[in-house]
Ligand binder design. Structure first.
Ligand SMILES: C[S@@+](CC[C@H](N)C(=O)[O-])C[C@H]1O[C@@H](n2cnc3c(N)ncnc32)[C@H](O)[C@@H]1O
Length: 351
């Protein structure tokens, strides 16, 4: 960075190290239920907090040390009591914007550091199956960016779509993962018929289990490589939530989507919000996060499957180019306030 002195850069690096460490501790706080156990409670001792969360006090006290010095939890030293203020609890336990859910990506990616380092030396990629918690974390993440906003914000991006869903149409979700979005739609619109495709057996098993729990009869899930979608003019709506950029053959997926849509049908695609050009992303507040996730996961899983390694930062310019190349006409591009990491594209088959 221009004008940076060695001292200010060292300070910045210190902040980076502390930020990385705190991301890990925030993830731990989420997974152990500590933020939820502190939310809405007055200041309490580490023993009281541990008892409430059902956890070991010694670990909780050390975690609280990180939370207090990191400016996340307030500390009353004379009384040795800790409190999570309400506005901070909202951002760490809420639905909509919950940074603790997103923080889980850091340890998830760190777990594959060794094979990724090997890829830097030898090329290739790390396959999806090596990311042990990926589908769990992704499902949680999609619950906050997609599932909660479907009815109020995302589906209304397409004029008249809510009415058509209520009347009954055919819908496909490509790369549906654990299927939270499509399962939610199946419950909201009982007269419509839903299908979810994903290449992961584990993700599809989770999606089916959720559908069964809710007794949903209008949704079906299939393990399927979306590069080979065989359906022809079978769907009125195809959705793809954060599922195009990490495909091995995103061009083939988009062409398959085009062929699977009925004339006048709609393609609704959510994908990472950034530019295709590095120099345009300098002011993007999440740019280092996006490039890191891309390098450690999205690009790498695509390369592992022999793909082109498009990466999470493929960007809006490239996305528009690829949609058009697949004969999909882009009708609108949206940025939504609740989802700063993604862009929403509305397209239809070119006639
Ligand atoms: C980033 S995740 C998004 C999952 C889901 N749409 C969500 O929002 O939670 C991308 C998904 O694409 C799936 N996927 C990757 N390559 C695929 C392929 N060739 N065919 C089908 N699904 C694929 C992955 O298994 C993963 O579930």
């Amino acid at each position: 960075m221009a004008g940076t002195t060695t001292e200010t850069f060292a300070e910045r690096l210190t902040g980076i190290l502390n930020g990385g460490a705190l991301s890990l501790m925030i993830s731990v706080g989420h997974r152990t239920g500590l933020f939820a156990a502190m939310r809405g409670h007055p200041a309490a001792t580490s023993q009281e907090i541990s008892d409430r969360a059902g956890l070991s006090e010694r670990y909780v006290r050390e975690w609280l040390g990180a939370m207090v010095t990191g400016g996340i939890v307030d500390y009353d030293a004379p009384a040795a009591r800790y409190r999570l203020p309400g506005d901070r609890a909202d951002l760490l336990t809420g639905v909509g914007t919950n940074f603790a859910i997103t923080a889980q990506f850091i340890p998830l990616l760190a777990a594959v550091e060794d094979p990724i380092v090997e890829c830097f030396r030898r090329g290739g990629g790390v396959p999806y199956a090596k990311y042990t918690r990926f589908h769990d974390v992704m499902a949680e993440d999609s619950s906050q960016t997609v599932v909660g906003a479907l009815e109020t914000t995302i589906l209304p991006l397409v004029p008249g779509l809510l009415d058509r869903l209520h009347e009954g149409i055919d819908v496909l979700d490509v790369g549906c993962g654990r299927g939270r979005a499509i399962n939610r739609m199946a419950r909201l619109f009982p007269k419509s018929r839903f299908r979810g495709y994903d290449i992961s057996d584990a993700a599809i098993a989770g999606a089916r289990a959720e559908a069964n729990r809710h007794g949903a009869r209008n949704v079906r899930f299939e393990v399927q490589d979306c590069a080979g979608i065989a359906d022809r003019e079978a769907f009125d709506l195809v959705t793809a939530f954060d599922a195009i950029h990490d495909q091995s053959r995103p061009d083939a997926v988009l062409s398959g989507v085009r062929r699977a849509l009925r004339p006048g049908g709609t393609f609704l695609m959510q994908d990472i919000r950034c530019s295709s050009h590095l120099h345009n992303n300098l002011e993007h507040s999440f740019a280092p996060f996006i490039y890191t996730i891309s390098c450690m996961h999205c690009m790498s899983v695509s390369l592992a499957a022999g793909g082109e390694g498009l990466g999470a930062a493929w960007g809006e310019e490239r996305a528009l180019e690829m949609l058009r190349a697949a004969d999909l006409e882009v009708l609108a591009v949206h940025h939504l306030d609740h989802d700063v990491l993604n862009t929403y594209y509305v397209g239809q088959p070119r006639t």
